[in-house]
Write a protein that binds this ligand. Structure first.
Ligand code: F6R
Length: 599
C-alpha cells in the first residue's frame, strides 16, 4: 500500500503536494518523493518519512506535480526504489500504488529495446513504457491507455510529462479519487488527502483513465468512451477522513482485509507453481514455527495447514521460550512469524536458529525490518501499514503466507498432486469473497456483541484448525475489550475449565461443518447444561445449530482448511464491538505497544 497525490492549478504545486501527502502517511512511510512539471520534470525523492523529504528537498517551482509516500512491496525501501520514476532524466515521471505482476517480463522486453533501469521496482517499467510510447504530438491520456494494455496487476498510477499542464492517472483495484477545486484540480489515493482543499470528490472506477488540468476533468472508461460523473460532496471532518470515515483504525483495517488478502497472494500463485519458490532447495526434516502473540496463533493454524498439505511434522513455539529450549536432534526449517519484524523475542529466536545451523524463513509485513536481515528467506505479507495496536489484517495475511508455503512444501515433497494444488489455489482465490461476506454482516455481529458486552469472562472454543482461531478470538477480546477471554480446544473444557462456567460466562463456539462437528455439538451441550449462553459461529446452511445455541453468527460455507479466515474476521468484529460497547480506547489499548522491542 502506498499513497499518491497530484495537483494542477494556478498555485505552486510543491507545498500543496507535500501537505496532501502527509495525510496519506498512514498508507506507507518508508520512502517518499515528488515530481514537479514544466518544460522538464524535476524529481526529488528519499528514503524515510515525508518529514525527511520535506527537510531535504530544494524549492521546486511549478504548478503541476505528483508525489508519493511508499510502503515497499517490490524492492527495498531505499532512495533508488522510491517514487516517482522517470523514463529518462527530466522526462516522464510516474507514481504508483499497487503491484505490476508481469513486470519482469516487461522489464526484459524494455531492456532489450535499450531501456536502462535504476531500481528494483515494478513501477519503473511503467515510466519506461509511457516514455517509449509518448511522441511530441501524442495525447498523454491516450499514451497512458496504450501503455496500460501491456500491464497486468493492480494499480493507481499518476503521470506527468514535460511541457504538459496536466496529470494523467489510471486505476485498477487500487483506490484513486479526483478532488475538484475552483481553477485547480487534485488527485489522491483517498479523500483524506484532499479535504483541506476541496470536499467535491469524484471516485475513479476500475479500468478508468483520467486527466486533470487546472480547469477540466476528463474520465475515459476501459473502452475509451468518455464518462461524465459529477463530483460528490463529502461531509467528513479531517480527523474522520484519516481513518477513511471509520471511527477507529482497527475497524478500517478489518474492512481492508479482502484487499489485503488479494494483494498478499497476487503474483505469488505462480511462485508456488514453481517459477519463483520461496525456498531454493535444501533439505530439512521438519518445520518449527516460532512467534509471539497473534503471530503465534497464526503459527498454530500454520501447523494444521502444513501438516495437511505437505505432511511435514510441524512444532510451534513461543519465541521467548524457544530460545531457552534444548536443540533437539533434528534439522528443522525455522519459520519466524512477526508482522512488525522488530519483535525482539522473535529476532533473538532467529539468531538462535542460525546458531543451531538451521535454515530460517521469516513471514513479515514490514519491508526491510530488522528480522529480514537475520534470516535466509523472507515472505512479505503485503498487508500495508497496520496502525491499530490489535493485529487484524496482518494476521489473515500471515495465514495466506502459510497456505502458500504449505503448497510449496507439498509440491517439493510430492504430497500434493497437480490437481489438488489447482483446487487449493482456487479456494485461496475465493477467500476475499468469503471475508467480504462476513464484513457484510457487521451490523448483526455488533448487535450480538452489545448483548454480551457486560460479561466479565468469556470462553472461546473450537477444535482442530479452529482451536487456534478460538485462541486468537480470546486474545483480541481481552486485548481491546478488557473482558477476560480464554481460548480452549473444545475437548479440554471437561478437564478443568467447566468448573468456571455459569450463566454469567458466555461461550463463543466455532461449529463450522467439518469432521469435528458432532463433537462440537456434544461440547456445546455440556456448556448449555451449566447455564452458559452459547454464541455459535456456524455455516449458513446449518439448520440444526439453532437448537443448541442462544445466538448464531452464520457464515457462508468455506472448505474447512480455509474457514479459519472468515471465522477470525467474525471474531475480530465481535471483539471490536464488545470494546466499543464498553467505551474502550480501541486503537491504543492500555499497557500494549504495536512493536515490542524488549525481552
Ligand atoms: C495482538 C498483537 C500482538 C502481536 C505480538 C507479536 O493483537 O498484535 O500479540 O502479535 O506482539 O508482534 P509481531 O507480530 O510484530 O512480532
Amino acid at each position: 500500500m502506498c499513497g499518491i497525490v497530484g495537483y494542477v492549478g494556478p498555485k505552486e504545486a510543491q507545498p500543496i503536494l507535500i501537505d496532501c501527502l502527509k495525510r496519506l502517511e498512514y498508507r506507507g512511510y518508508d520512502s517518499a518523493g515528488i515530481a514537479i512539471g514544466g518544460d522538464e520534470i524535476n524529481v526529488y525523492k528519499t528514503e524515510g518519512e515525508i518529514a525527511v523529504l520535506e527537510a531535504g528537498m530544494p524549492q521546486m517551482p511549478g504548478v503541476v506535480g505528483i508525489a508519493h509516500t511508499r510502503w515497499a512491496t517490490q524492492g527495498r525501501p531505499t532512495t533508488e526504489n522510491a517514487h516517482p520514476f522517470q523514463g529518462c532524466e527530466k522526462g516522464v515521471a510516474v507514481v504508483h500504488n499497487g503491484i505490476i505482476s508481469n513486470f519482469m517480463e516487461l522489464r526484459e522486453s524494455l531492456a532489450g529495446d535499450g531501456h536502462n533501469f535504476s531500481s528494483e521496482t515494478d513501477t519503473e517499467v511503467f515510466a519506461h513504457l509511457v516514455e517509449a510510447e509518448l511522441k511530441e504530438d501524442s495525447d498523454l491520456l491516450e499514451t497512458v491507455r496504450i501503455a496500460l494494455k501491456r500491464v497486468e496487476g493492480t494499480y493507481a498510477f499518476a503521470v506527468v510529462a514535460p511541457g504538459r499542464p496536466e496529470v494523467v492517472a489510471a486505476r485498477n483495484e487500487s483506490p484513486l479519487v479526483i478532488g475538484v477545486g475552483n481553477g485547480e484540480n487534485f488527485l489522491a489515493s483517498d479523500v483524506t488527502a484532499l479535504l483541506k482543499y476541496t470536499n467535491r470528490i469524484i471516485y475513479v472506477q476500475d479500468g478508468e483513465t483520467v486527466r486533470i488540468t487546472k480547469d477540466s476533468v476528463t474520465i475515459m472508461d476501459a473502452d475509451g468512451a468518455e464518462v461524465k460523473r459529477a463530483p460528490e460532496r463529502i461531509a467528513w471532518s479531517l480527523e474522520d477522513a484519516e481513518k477513511g470515515g471509520y471511527p477507529h483504525f482497527m475497524l478500517k483495517e478489518i474492512f481492508e482485509q479482502p484487499a489485503a488478502i488479494h494483494d498478499s497472494f497476487l503474483g505469488r500463485i505462480d511462485a508456488v507453481e514453481g517459477d519463483e519458490p520461496f525456498l531454493d532447495g535444501g533439505s530439512f526434516s521438519s518445520v518449527k514455527i516460532v512467534a509471539c502473540g497473534t503471530s503465534y496463533n497464526a503459527g498454530l493454524v500454520g501447523k494444521y495447514i502444513i501438516e495437511e498439505l505437505a505432511r511435514v511434522p510441524v512444532t510451534v513455539q513461543i519465541s521467548s521460550e524457544y530460545r531457552y529450549s534444548a536443540a533437539a536432534r533434528e534439522n528443522p526449517l525455522v519459520v519466524l512469524i512477526t508482522q512488525s519484524g522488530e519483535t525482539l523475542d522473535t529476532i533473538a529466536a532467529a539468531r538462535e536458529a542460525t546458531k543451531r545451523g538451521n535454515r530460517t524463513l521469516a513471514i513479515v509485513n514490514v519491508t526491510g525490518s530488522a528480522i529480514t536481515r537475520e534470516v535466509d528467506h523472507v515472505i512479505y505479507t503485503r498487508a500495508g501499514p497496520e496502525i491499530g495496536v490489535a493485529a487484524t489484517k496482518t494476521f489473515v495475511t500471515q495465514l495466506v503466507a502459510l497456505y502458500l508455503l504449505a503448497i510449496e512444501l507439498g509440491t517439493m515433497g510430492r504430497t500434493l498432486t497437480a490437481q489438488a494444488k489447482r483446487s487449493i489455489v482456487g479456494q485461496l482465490r475465493n477467500l476475499p469473497r468469503s471475508v467480504q461476506d462476513v464484513l457484510n454482516q457487521a451490523g448483526t455481529i455488533e448487535a450480538m456483541a452489545q448483548k454480551y458486552s457486560g460479561a466479565r469472562d468469556m470462553f472461546f472454543i473450537g477444535r482442530n484448525l479452529q482451536y487456534p482461531i478460538a485462541m486468537e478470538g480470546a486474545l483480541k477480546t481481552k486485548e481491546i475489550s478488557y473482558i477476560h477471554g480464554e481460548g480452549y480446544p473444545a475437548g479440554e473444557l471437561k478437564h478443568g475449565p467447566l468448573a468456571l462456567l455459569s450463566k454469567d460466562t458466555p461461550v463463543v463456539a466455532i461449529v463450522t461443518n467439518d469432521r469435528t462437528y458432532e463433537k462440537m455439538i456434544a461440547n456445546i451441550s455440556e456448556v448449555s447444561a451449566r447455564g452458559s449462553p452459547v454464541i455459535a459461529i456456524a455455516d449458513a446452511n446449518d439448520t440444526e445449530i439453532i437448537k443448541y445455541a442462544d445466538d448464531v453468527i452464520f457464515l457462508r460455507e468455506t472448505p474447512s482448511l480455509f474457514s479459519p479466515v472468515p471465522v477470525i474476521v467474525a471474531l475480530q468484529l465481535w471483539a471490536y464491538h464488545l470494546a466499543k460497547a464498553r467505551g474502550c480506547p480501541i486503537d491504543k489499548p492500555r499497557n500494549i505497544a504495536k512493536t515490542v522491542t524488549v525481552e
